[in-house]
Design a binder for this molecule. Structure first.
Ligand SMILES: O=C(O)CCC(=O)C(=O)O
Ligand SMILES: [Fe+2]
Length: 374
């Protein structure tokens, strides 16, 4: 069974020029307009040259450490992907979202279920999962695909138009994986560990998922979320931003801070720390909460995020080397697959997976003795 709003594409809603109430945030839900007043003049986000990390340059490692401590994300340079290549992949993404609805529906994330009905599943094209009437919906459509390992691809969800989209995505995911591994390796070194410290825990067949998100023009961007506040379901995410239209904001020290577009045809590529790294590092590295504001009436926006995750059978837990008397384990142990699946339940509710699955140790139920004594 799918919720009746599951098949409602935001792009179609946007074409009507109305803003249905399903998308409108209640005042207490932190509307972007209210938050904008509290927003600070955007300090520029930190930049890390990953080619220098590869050379084990100590000053670059210091920059990485400081970026992770203060922001949990940073802009990457030295990744080897050219602006024309990044432009081509965003162009192909726009090309896909501009196809007629029927063409895109071939890749729909609402599929036939065994019971003869229809069901939502994460891969494919459509909106994020809708569970209830109360859920305030985000102003975006998305195409979500597993890209690695290669044999896990479900090619029936891979668009054949624009014709270059699939090849560009494969190349992006491979180049992005190099960036992700370099960063995860350097993160281990930052904490004084061997290069393979985190990479081994994640596994060789590190699954990765690509999310192309399309934010159509919005009549009232002050009343909606393009994408609600969340942390990523990843060890690290490699995120390519629209080169023309901003909207990404990061929660830093309690205020929302804009991540500006660079302009001049340059493309902003970010690395974002995800929940799984927060757990493995026992919060030495924290996943930043971020959200996206919807574009105005005259604009549209696309982004491409690739989430690099641990192999599903790996155990996700704070590394024992990062636990001691002063810093006890902050998270409970669970299977990577359980955590990854929990993400979708949590996301529909607008909660962090770590909170929804009660992974934080201080969220553990009180011991039986304390309960019976009450
Ligand atoms: O569209 C963006 O800039 C960010 C997207 C994002 O946060 C995500 O896909 O997880
Ligand atoms: Fe995200």
């Amino acid at each position: 069974m799918v919720h009746q709003a599951q098949g409602l594409l935001v792009q179609e809603v946007a074409a009507d020029g109305e803003l249905p109430s399903r998308y409108v945030l209640k005042e207490q839900q932190g509307r972007p307009a209210a938050a904008a007043a509290a927003q600070r003049a955007a300090p520029s986000i930190p930049t890390v040259d990953v080619s220098r990390l590869a050379d084990a340059d100590p000053s670059e490692a210091d920059k990485l450490r400081s970026a992770l401590d203060s922001w949990g994300l940073f802009a990457v340079t030295g990744h080897g992907m050219t602006d024309p290549f990044l432009d081509a992949i965003l162009g192909a993404a726009r090309g896909f979202f501009h196809l007629p609805t029927e063409a895109k529906q071939e890749y729909s994330n609402v599929v036939d279920a065994d019971d003869g009905g229809r069901k939502f599943q994460p891969e494919g094209y459509g909106v994020d999962r809708v569970d209830t009437d109360e859920q305030v919906l985000d102003w975006c459509d998305r195409l979500y695909l597993q890209v690695r390992p290669d044999d896990a691809r479900q090619l029936r969800f891979w668009p054949t138009h624009p014709p270059d989209l699939a090849e560009l995505l494969k190349e992006f995911s491979v180049e992005g994986e190099k960036v992700a591994k370099l960063v995860v390796t350097a993160m281990a070194r930052c904490l004084g560990f061997e290069d393979g410290f985190f990479v081994d825990k994640v596994g060789d067949r590190m699954p990765s998922y690509a999310r192309f998100t399309y934010y159509p023009p919005c009549p009232r961007p002050d009343l909606v979320h393009g994408l609600k506040p969340h942390t990523d379901n990843s060890v690290v995410t490699v995120l390519l931003l629209d080169d023309q239209v901003g909207g990404l904001q990061v929660l830093k020290d309690g205020s929302w801070v804009d991540v500006p577009v660079l302009g001049d045809g340059r493309h902003q590529l970010l690395v974002v720390v995800g929940d799984e790294m927060e757990i493995m590092s026992n919060a030495a590295f924290r996943a930043p909460v971020h959200r996206v504001m919807a574009p105005g009436e005259e604009a549209e926006r696309v982004s491409l995020a690739v989430f690099y995750q641990p192999e599903p059978d790996k155990v996700l837990e704070p590394s024992p080397e990062l636990i001691d008397g002063d810093r006890p384990a902050m998270y409970k142990k669970l299977q990577a697959k359980v955590f990854a699946d929990g993400f979708w339940d949590a996301f529909a509710l607008g909660e962090r997976t770590i909170d929804f699955l009660k992974v934080k140790v201080d969220a553990v139920d009180p011991p039986a003795a304390a309960v019976s004594g009450a």
